[in-house]
Design a protein around this ligand. Structure first.
Ligand SMILES: C[S@@+](CC[C@H](N)C(=O)[O-])C[C@H]1O[C@@H](n2cnc3c(N)ncnc32)[C@H](O)[C@@H]1O
Length: 376
């Protein structure tokens, strides 16, 4: 089947239509082959390997390899069971550092893909594959692991914010396996309110390439802090420290602008961040999608998402912004503002009208003003 998947990948890339592709594939599994091929193309840089087995749903839910590797290195368990392993990416990375591992999934096809993928990464021999409901007696009795991990499915129609909506529910997994271990790790929706989690442990928010990617909850025996933020692929980490004095002050825009990663905001670690940097930072803006700090001085920190120097502040109006950009010789603009999609392009066209050159400006909205900044 491997050669057929590769053939389908090539044909899709060359733009053949589905009928022509199917004609070259075995009829009984042509649809599956095409779906795997599509998933491989779509996966692009999510994994270091291009030959993995997955359907499109498996790909969407799969842990990014950078995240899987980071968490595996952090935990390094002797034995671990992934009780909702999907196509197996997280589990494979745990298995890399473990003596033995269990892969469990209720979906037989996903488990089959996990097995194929474990083979590709060279860890199949360490893993016991179990097809079944991880909440069933039948499955529970076969598992004997130091750590229980679950990255549950989130049904799309659910608001994604309650533990009981996840499949399998972490509440039920805990009840089912607590007689075996006290070390659990759960992937949770990052928007979940921490008060809803009834256990003691660490909430770790992970940013990947500047976007919030995961919230992992580690039970007490595996916890290192109450809350933490990790920026990948850089690999830097910030932990909560309840003993720090609150030094957060707000200010109007100063000379420099700093974008604070969402993971640091979600983990409520802005005060911790302000303590780590050398220089005086002030909070400028805290929105759902954007958190900005400002300063009189240029501050370097591995925790910033991006740093800018402010070149001007004008009224927040596309024509005023455009005038400023033309006068200052900017050729392009990137909008870092929250406006409805329907207005975005009209606004952007006006802002970029008749600009010339390579210099790029970043535009932020602050109250009724536009802050125009350049990255440093
Ligand atoms: C989000 S995916 C896991 C993705 C995985 N971490 C990866 O890296 O590929 C969740 C998986 O949980 C499985 N699942 C849902 N309910 C389950 C149950 N009761 N027992 C076992 N697996 C279950 C689904 O079939 C799905 O494959």
């Amino acid at each position: 089947m491997e050669e057929y998947i590769e053939l389908a990948v090539e044909m899709i890339k060359k733009g053949f239509d589905e009928r022509k592709i199917k004609a070259r594939l075995p009829r009984e599994n042509a649809d599956e082959i095409i779906e795997i091929a599509r998933a491989r193309i779509r996966a692009k840089d999510k994994f270091s390997r291009r030959d993995l087995w997955m359907d499109l749903e498996g790909l969407r839910y799969a842990t990014h390899e950078a995240v899987a590797e980071y968490r595996a290195k952090r935990v390094k368990p002797e034995s671990i069971a992934d009780v909702s392993c999907g196509i197996g990416i997280q589990l494979i990375f745990f298995a890399k550092y473990a003596e033995e591992a269990y892969a469990i999934d209720i979906d037989e096809r996903k488990l089959f893909y996990a097995m194929k993928n474990a083979e590709k990464y060279g860890v199949k021999e360490k893993i016991k594959f179990i097809h079944g409901d991880s909440l069933s007696e039948e499955v529970i009795k076969q598992v004997n692991a130091d750590v229980i991990f679950s990255d549950p499915a989130r049904p799309p129609e659910m608001p994604e914010r309650r533990l009981e909506d996840l499949l399998p529910s972490p509440l039920e997994i805990y009840e089912a396996y607590k007689h075996k271990t006290d070390a659990f790790i759960f992937d949770l929706p990052p928007q979940i309110r921490r008060e809803k989690v009834p256990w003691k442990g660490e909430f770790e928010y992970i940013d990947l390439y500047g976007q919030l990617n995961r919230l992992t909850f580690y039970f007490e025996p595996l916890a290192k802090a109450e809350r933490s933020a990790v920026l990948l692929p850089k690999g830097v980490r910030l932990e909560s420290n309840p003993d720090l004095e609150n030094i957060i002050e707000w200010s109007e825009p100063k000379e420099y602008l700093y974008e604070i990663p969402q993971s640091i905001d979600y983990a409520d670690l802005i005060n911790e961040l302000f303590h780590t940097v050398k220089g005086k930072l002030y909070m400028l803006l805290r929105e759902k999608r954007r958190v900005l700090a400002t300063s009189d001085d240029e501050i370097k920190s591995e925790y910033f998402k991006r740093a800018y120097v402010i070149t001007g502040i004008v009224k927040f109006h596309p024509l005023r912004i455009n005038e400023f950009l033309r006068r200052e010789g900017f050729g392009r603009a990137t909008l870092r503002i929250s406006i409805p999609d329907s207005e975005y392009w009209r606004f952007r066209r006006k802002v970029e009208n008749n600009l010339k050159g390579e210099r790029r400006a970043y535009i932020f909205q602050y109250k009724d003003k536009a802050i125009i900044a350049e990255p440093i």
